[in-house]
Design a binder for this molecule. Structure first.
Ligand code: SAM
Ligand code: DTB
Ligand code: SF4
Length: 335
């Protein structure tokens, strides 16, 4: 067994073997030890794990649409859609089925296989969930995987969305438990975990990740990854790793830049600790060089947000992404 030493404690670098349904329990110190590996060793391990579970030449394309923008009562320090910040964003009502269907058709035409609808709600009401269920039906009719991110779910909500055909529900843990309170005060970590449990309980696949570059320490990045990897009964099927997009007016607008290689390390550690997950190189690509994005793919990222907009901020345009994939010899996932 490979071991290294962190604070004089022997730390396993190779996870215990266990059946697929029982995820490894990762100690934060073990995840931190991965972060601390020499860069080449870390990428080699991530790439090895990636090749054991996926075709390394294939990348999933997921298109986002903000179906209900702005006016959110939560105070997430990174988010342009919070009412606590003046970001110049106009709040809107929930989009109609026809508008969403047309956006899904365009996404499919452009090569996306997954369509993710985001709503700036703290927690949707029953009638909101019923309305989103109609949107999910339309997306499914267009032959795309459907994902939604609507905030905290109440009793029966996950079941309603599942019955409409929802494949994934996105709800991010966003940061380490001991950093969370510095970023968000209007809900706590346990609220997030409760919603994830409802999603799992309904048999909807979990999309759950976080944001890097908010001023957290490396140990806190490790603690976030450990939380994700240890989620019971299994780690998320889909893990978006977002780089903070600094938006003027939010409390994190002037956050100092994170070293890009630290972002790459986070992707690699997510890949190693969650070998069967789709690890998505998520927000922040517009601000990232092609070289850093290439390193993220090498580190085991196999999904991106695709299309010129994330929810409210920019993303590389379709032509630029097609060029990048071609340059790297990567293919878009087809089904
Ligand atoms: N309101 C719902 C919620 O918070 O779960 C759904 C929408 S919310 C915008 C979805 C996710 O977007 C957040 O959990 C966060 O990870 C990500 N996000 C929001 N603003 C971001 C930013 N400026 N940079 C990076 N990621 C961001
Ligand atoms: C996720 O983890 N990232 C996406 C999606 N899930 C909903 C959202 C990124 C939002 C970036 C800021 C914006 O465009 O508003
Ligand atoms: Fe609201 Fe979600 Fe933005 Fe937080 S991240 S302010 S919950 S839209």
């Amino acid at each position: 067994m490979n071991t290294t030493t962190l604070n004089e404690q022997p730390v396993r670098l190779v996870p215990r073997s266990a059946p697929a349904a029982t995820p490894e329990r990762w100690l934060v110190a073990e995840v931190a030890a991965l972060f601390d590996l020499p860069f080449a060793d870390l990428l080699y391990r991530a790439q090895t794990v990636h090749r054991e579970h996926f075709d390394p030449g294939e990348v999933e394309l997921a298109t986002l649409l903000s179906v209900k923008t702005g006016g959110c009562p939560e105070d997430c320090g990174y988010c342009p859609q919070s009412v606590h910040f003046d970001t110049g964003l106009a709040a809107g009502k929930l989009m109609g089925v026809d508008t969403v269907r047309e956006a899904a058709q365009r996404a499919k035409q452009a090569g996306a296989t997954r369509f993710c609808m985001g709503a700036a709600w703290r927690a949707p009401k029953d009638r909101d969930v019923d309305a989103v269920a109609e949107l999910v039906r339309a997306v499914k009719e267009e032959g795309l995987e459907a994902c939604a991110t609507l905030g905290m779910l109440g009793e029966g909500h996950a079941e309603t969305l599942r019955d409409a055909g929802l494949d994934y529900y996105n709800h991010n843990l966003d940061s380490a438990p001991d950093f969370y309170g510095e970023i968000i005060t209007t809900r706590d970590y346990q609220d997030r975990l409760d919603t994830l449990e409802r999603v799992r309980g309904a048999g909807v696949k979990v999309c759950c990740g976080g944001i890097v570059g908010m001023g957290e320490s490396r140990l806190q990045r490790a603690a976030l990854v450990a939380q994700l990897a240890n989620l019971a009964p299994d780690y998320p099927e889909s893990v978006p790793i977002n780089h903070l997009v600094k938006v003027a007016g939010t409390s994190l607008a002037d956050q100092p830049d994170l070293d890009p290689l630290e972002f790459v390390r986070t992707i690699a550690v997510a890949r190693i600790t969650m070998p069967r997950a789709r690890v998505r190189l998520s927000a922040g690509r517009q601000q990232m060089s092609e070289a850093v994005q290439a390193l993220c793919f090498l580190a085991g990222a196999n999904s991106i947000f695709y299309g010129e907009k994330l929810l409210t901020t920019g993303n590389p345009d379709v032509a630029a992404d097609m060029d990048l994939l071609a340059k790297l010899g990567l293919q878009a996932r087809r089904t």
